[in-house]
Design a protein around this ligand. Structure first.
Ligand code: IMP
Length: 200
C-alpha cells in the first residue's frame, strides 16, 4: 500500500477566484485552510516583483498559521503599457477589487498610448510566482508564464480577473471563454505549480 502523508496547508490568498483555482491543483492528502477561515488578514505587498510578493505572503501566513503555506502573486503584464498593471493587477480594480473597473482602466490606458490599439496585436502575458514556505523558514519559489494578446472586447464569463480580455497565443478565445479544465492545462498558475508539486 502506498503511504500518503497528510499535512496542514494554508493557501495564502483572500481572493476567492485564486483560492478556488489553487485548491483545484492540490492533491487530496492535504487539510487546506484559507486566511479568512483562520481570521488572518493579508500582509502589505511591498515587494517590487511577483517573486518578492509571493515570498512576503507565504512567509507571513506560514508564521501566523504555524503551518506550511502556499502563496502566489500573479498578474497581467501588457507590453504596450510598459508591463503594467503587473504587480498592481489587483489594485487596478480599486478598493473593491472590481475587475470591470480594472479592465476599463486597461482599455483607457491603451487608448492613451495608441488610439488605434484595437486594430493591433497587443502582446501581454500572465505571470505567477508560487512560493511554498515552511514554518522552519525553508522555502521554494517557482515562476510560470503564459504569453498572449489583449482582446479589444470582453469575451466570456468563466474564470476571474482579466480572463475576459486575455487570448493565449495560438488560441482564438479568451481565458474566460474556456472551461476551467482547458485554462488549467496551459495557464501561468499550473505551469508554476508543475515545478512545485513534488513537495506534496
Ligand atoms: P494578487 O492577489 O496581488 O496576486 O493579485 C493578482 C491579480 O492578478 C488578480 O486579482 C487578477 O486581477 C490578476 N490575475 C492573476 N491571475 C489571473 C488569472 O488567472 N486570470 C485573470 N486575472 C488574473
Amino acid at each position: 500500500m502506498i503511504k500518503k502523508f497528510f499535512f496542514n496547508l494554508i493557501v495564502g490568498t483572500n481572493n476567492p477566484g485564486k483560492l478556488r483555482e489553487i485548491k483545484d491543483l492540490l492533491p487530496n492528502n492535504l487539510k487546506i485552510y484559507s486566511p479568512r477561515q483562520l481570521k488572518i488578514k493579508s500582509p502589505r505587498e511591498t515587494g517590487k516583483t511577483f517573486k518578492d510578493n509571493s515570498i512576503i505572503k507565504a512567509k507571513f501566513f506560514s508564521k501566523k498559521a504555524k503551518m506550511a503555506c502556499l502563496a502566489d502573486d500573479s498578474g497581467l503584464e501588457i507590453d504596450m503599457l510598459d508591463k503594467k498593471p503587473g504587480i498592481h493587477s489587483s489594485r487596478w480594480g480599486g478598493k473593491k477589487k472590481n475587475f470591470n473597473v480594472a479592465i476599463k482602466k486597461v482599455f483607457k490606458e491603451l487608448s492613451k498610448k495608441d488610439k488605434d490599439w484595437k486594430r493591433k496585436k497587443i502582446k501581454a502575458r500572465f505571470v505567477c510566482a508560487l512560493t511554498i514556505y515552511w514554518p522552519n523558514g525553508k522555502n521554494f519559489v517557482s515562476i510560470g508564464k503564459i504569453e498572449g494578446f489583449i482582446s479589444s472586447k470582453k469575451r466570456g464569463k468563466n474564470g476571474f480577473g482579466y480572463d475576459p480580455i486575455f487570448i493565449p497565443f495560438k488560441k482564438k478565445i479568451t481565458f474566460a471563454q474556456m472551461s476551467s479544465k482547458m485554462k488549467f492545462k496551459i495557464d501561468h498558475r499550473s505551469r508554476a505549480f508543475k515545478k512545485i508539486k513534488r513537495f506534496f
